[in-house]
Structures are given as structure tokens and as C-alpha cells.
Write a protein that binds this ligand. Sequence first.
Ligand SMILES: *[C@@H]1O[C@H](CO)[C@@H](O)[C@H](O)[C@H]1NC(C)=O
Length: 136
Amino acid sequence: MRFSNFAATLASAVSIVAATPLALQARQEAARFGLVFVTPRDFVGGDDITIVYNASTAIHHPEFVDFYIQGTFTDTSNRTPFFLIQRNDFAADQQILTLNEHVPEALNNLGAGSWVLTAFVTFEQDGLTEVGGISA
Ligand SMILES: *[C@@H]1O[C@H](CO)[C@@H](O)[C@H](O)[C@H]1NC(C)=O
């Protein structure tokens, strides 16, 4: 489970969990936007994939859950841009979002591989709209 974060709110959270063992802390951080799984995990362009997002561990209930994929360029090892797969509304009483998607064939023309699926979660906190990401 990889983790990325768009929101600049970690500084305050870090002091709260500073006394927690590192592994536990990492798990708590990783789960704060929920959990996402994709099958097959090593997908390429043209594949049919199944995405399952599970909000039960999310600290703030999502308003939107947007699925993106990002790969690594074979020649430079740089990350590709994020490519949007599907935007989704997330209902107030919803916990699980399961989606069957077709990965665009055109991704195979970019000279990239090692594709990773990330769920970017939009939520409200303290009157502000934040986005955080969790990767499969
Ligand atoms: C969602 O995650 C929770 C906590 O890990 C787990 O108990 C539950 O079974 C999951 N639900 C699904 C449908 O995967």
C-alpha cells in the first residue's frame, strides 16, 4: 500500500502520533483516506480492471472518489502524469465503491509501465475542501 498526500495538514497530525511506533503510525496515515484495491494489480493499457474503494477507515467521509493511474517512464524512470480513469460521487451513507473499468489502450504508446492506481478522495474539514490520495 503506497501513500501520497495533497493536503498540507500533516504537520499538526505528526505531533499527535509522534509517540506511536513507526509501523502503526504508517498504517494509520495510510488508512486515513480509506483503502483501495485493484485487480489485476499489474495492469497495462487494454486490460479490464476491478477497483474496490473502502471508506470504512477514512477519517473524513469522502464527497468524491476519483480514480487515477500513474506509471513510470521506462527510459528516465520519471513518473508519468496522472491519468483520470473515473470520477465518482460518494454518497453520505456509502462505504464501498466497486467499479469495473477498461484501461485505455493509448497508455501503451507512452513508453511507460509499472502502472499504479490511486484514489484521490475529496472531503470537507474545518470548512475547507481537501484532497488526499491512497494507492493500491
Ligand atoms: C472494508 O474495510 C473494513 C476494515 O478493513 C473491513 O472490515 C471490511 O470487510 C471491508 N469491506 C469490504 C467490502 O471489503
